[in-house]
Structure formats: structure tokens, C-alpha cells
Design a protein around this ligand. Structure first.
Ligand SMILES: Nc1nc2c(ncn2[C@@H]2O[C@H](COP(=O)(O)OP(=O)(O)OP(=O)(O)O)[C@@H](O)[C@H]2O)c(=O)[nH]1
Ligand SMILES: [Mg+2]
Length: 387
């Protein structure tokens, strides 16, 4: 393993530097706030120092010098960086984004008249027509969009309906109330919390486990262990093993449901055990039944069904139904960065009544993950697409 230090004004910039030099396989081991390195700077300004590692086998993009310092001791001293998924958004930011949403929506006014030619929208006041079009553009199903707009029409006075700011804030509230989240991160006293990720192939389960485990270890300083069930596909484990080695997180691979029980028991002194599973097609009912045994033996406190929001809606609903055999109690939505039709989230949540735990927004470990928030999800659903 090779380790290198990067310093930048923000965590994001430090990570960008790291990725530029070490490539996208680099893993952040530690990020700390440090005083500005510039001796002439007396402002007391802080910068972010990132300690990154890359597997020896992987090729860096540019040549660099390395120090072979042991990572274990430094990992446990990690400080909370500028931007982590535990931080609440800045006060006042909601109002600002609401204003931005509104300005964006106003730009749609011009398009509404042409839209009305081909949509059978009842004679709603103009602001409600704008909102309706916006929801449909974002691929919210028509019946949902219509019922939201009708409710607003009925509940607000004519004068309120003429104020786009009021219409929009009521809309966001209504959408927010259709969403439930559960992003509880507290661990359980006296025993490890067991968290299992299940879901179709290629949705991002392993990547998400790497993000969650790193964040819990580095930022919350939790004792974290990984278990991976590799009962169906030889070689599937390499990706997680490489990560576990670099981040120095213990990993056990289990091959049978009985192994699972032992592995979980073995990690009794950990705070969190994350269980990765190999992707299963929801069509493969025999394999799903085998997975049920794994679940039974792991006794997870949380089972997150991981779904990529880039998947066709019909397939999402189908996966949600088939995986219900595994009694999942959270939805974890991935690849939010890859689509502009975020109305799909509302369509899904109106059918699958489970709380959302996290959303993931890119391939970067550990930063591209956020705890789900109703307000933020509602805004994503309403937001105008940036083309
Ligand atoms: N754009 C984007 N890509 C992601 C995200 N999460 C994961 N990926 C990518 O999706 C691909 C599959 O990710 P994995 O973590 O291997 O998916 P998996 O669910 O573990 O796959 P299987 O174990 O084969 O079922 C990888 O290229 C990831 O980098 C995300 O939030 N956004
Ligand atoms: Mg995987």
C-alpha cells in the first residue's frame, strides 16, 4: 500500500487533488483540519489535510513519492472533515434553494402554453400549471402530479395560488409528507449493530458498504467489521477485500449460511457489522430463497434494499416486491447522479412504503453518500432539470 498526503482549502478540493494524482482507486484513510501551511498567513485559516492510500498493484496516474507509514494508528485519530454526511445543511440554505427552485420554475412559464395544447390539464391557475408541467417533466407519474396539484388548488385561496413561492412551499411540504426516511446511525450498547445490504446486481451495494464503513470508522470512530457472502459467484469478493485491506477493516468471507452465524458471533465486540451480499436477479427465486437463510442466520438489525434510480420503474417495483422475501426495512437509493428524472423517486416511494436511509451520488469512496432527508428528496423531485 502507498500513502500520500494532500492539503487543500476544502475536503472536496483535497479529494479532487488525490484522485487526480493517485487515480480513482485511491482510498481516503484520514482527513483532518490543519492550520494553513502558508507561514505568511496569520489569519488562522484552516485547511483540510487528506491522507490517501492506493493499493500497490494499482497504477497511479502520475509518478509520486511514497511514505510507508502504518495507516492503522492514523486512521483512529481522524477528525470530522468539512463535509461529511453527518453534517446538517447550513441554516437558511432551505430558503435559498426554495428561492432558486422558484426562479427556475418561473422560466417554465413561457413553455406552459404550448404544453397545454397537448396535455389535458384542467383549468388550473397559471402557477399550478407550471408546477404540474414541472412534475411531469421530471417524470413524476401523471396521477400523482395531478392529485398534488388538485390538493393545492383546493387548499389555497385564489390569492395564495397567485404566489408561486407559497404554491412551491406547500408542494414541497406535501411531497415531503409522502416520503419517510430512517437515517438513524446510533449504535447499540453491548452488542454490534448488524447492517445488511441486499439488492439486484450492479446497483452499488459493495461501493456503498465501502462508503458507509469508511465514514463510520473515520468520522464516528466506530469499530467496524465487514462480512461478505460469496456463496454464488467466485471472485466477487476481490473488490471488497482490496478495500478492506487498504482501509484496514477486518473482513470475513462466508460461504454457507452456517458460516454467517459464526462470523457475526465472532465480531461480537464491534460497533457495526456491515454485510455485503452478491447481487441477485429478482427473477432468480431459488437464489433468493438461499439468501433468506443467510438473512435468518445474520439476524440483521437493518436490511437495506439497494436500488439504482437509473433502473426502469417497472423493474424497480418488481425488485421491491421480490426482495420483500428478505424482509428489508430500508431503501437505499443509488446513482442519483446519473439521472435527471428524479420524479422516479416519488413514483417509487408512493408504491413501496419503506423509509429511505441513504442516497448515493457518485462512484467516489467515501464522499458520494448522504443521509436521506425528506426536504432534500422533495426538492430533488421538484427541481428543474439542468441540461
Ligand atoms: N454513478 C454512480 N455509480 C455508482 C454509484 N454507486 C456505485 N456505482 C458504480 O456502480 C458499479 C457497480 O457497483 P458495485 O458496488 O460493484 O455494485 P454491486 O451492487 O455490489 O454489484 P454486484 O455485487 O455485482 O451485485 C461500479 O462501477 C460503481 O462504481 C453511484 O452512486 N453513482
Ligand atoms: Mg458487490
Amino acid at each position: 500500500m502507498m500513502i500520500k498526503k494532500f492539503v487543500a482549502p476544502t475536503l472536496k478540493e483535497a479529494i479532487a487533488k488525490t484522485k487526480k494524482e493517485l487515480g480513482s482507486d485511491a482510498v481516503i484513510l484520514k482527513s483532518t483540519k490543519v492550520k494553513s501551511g502558508n507561514l505568511l498567513d496569520f489569519s488562522g485559516k484552516e485547511e483540510i489535510e487528506v491522507l490517501a492510500a492506493i493499493d500497490k498493484g494499482a497504477k497511479p496516474i502520475t509518478p509520486y513519492t511514497t511514505t510507508h507509514s502504518p495507516a492503522v494508528s492514523t486512521v483512529s485519530q481522524a477528525a470530522v472533515p468539512e463535509r461529511s454526511f453527518y453534517r446538517p445543511s447550513a441554516p437558511g440554505s432551505n430558503l435559498m434553494t426554495l428561492q432558486a427552485d422558484m426562479d427556475e420554475l418561473k422560466q417554465s412559464v413561457a413553455q406552459v402554453s404550448s404544453f397545454l395544447k397537448y396535455q389535458s390539464v384542467p383549468a388550473f391557475p397559471q402557477n399550478l400549471q407550471i408546477v404540474m408541467k414541472q412534475l411531469l417533466d421530471n417524470e413524476v407519474e401523471e396521477y400523482l402530479a395531478r392529485s398534488l396539484v388538485e390538493e393545492i388548488h383546493n387548499e389555497l385561496t385564489q390569492e395564495q395560488n397567485r404566489d408561486l413561492r407559497i404554491v412551491l412551499s406547500v408542494l414541497l411540504k406535501k411531497i415531503g409528507s409522502m416520503i419517510t426516511v430512517n437515517n438513524e446511525q446510533r449504535t447499540i450498547a453491548g452488542r454490534p449493530k448488524v447492517i445488511m445490504l441486499v439488492g439486484p446486481t450492479g446497483v452499488g451495494k459493495t461501493t456503498t458498504i465501502a462508503k458507509l464503513a469508511t465514514n463510520q470508522k473515520l468520522m464516528n470512530k466506530k469499530k467496524v467489521a465487514l462480512v461478505s457472502s460469496d456463496t454464488f459467484r467466485i471472485g466477487a469478493i476481490d473488490q471488497l477485500r482490496t478495500f478492506a485491506n487498504i482501509a484496514e477493516i477486518p473482513l470475513t468471507v462466508v460461504y454457507t449460511p452456517e458460516d454467517m452465524k459464526k462470523a457475526v458471533k465472532n465480531y461480537h465486540d464491534m460497533d457495526i457489522i456491515y454485510i455485503d451480499t452478491t447481487g441477485r436477479s429478482q427473477q432468480d427465486s431459488q437464489r433468493l430463497s438461499e439468501m433468506q437463510k443467510l438473512v435468518l442466520n445474520a439476524q440483521p438489525d437493518e436490511t437495506h434494499l439497494v436500488l439504482s434510480i437509473t433502473t426502469r420503474f417497472g423493474d424497480l417495483v418488481d425488485a421491491a416486491a421480490k426482495f420483500s422475501k428478505l424482509k428489508y426495512n430500508r431503501l437505499l437509493l443509488t446513482k442519483i447522479d446519473e439521472t435527471t428524472s428524479l420524479g422516479m423517486i416519488l413514483n417509487l416511494l408512493s408504491k413501496v412504503k419503506k423509509p429511505v436511509s441513504y442516497i448515493t451520488t457518485g462512484q467516489n469512496v467515501p464522499e458520494d453518500i448522504e443521509r436521506a432527508s425528506r426536504e432534500k428528496l422533495a426538492r430533488m423531485i421538484v427541481r428543474r432539470k439542468s441540461n
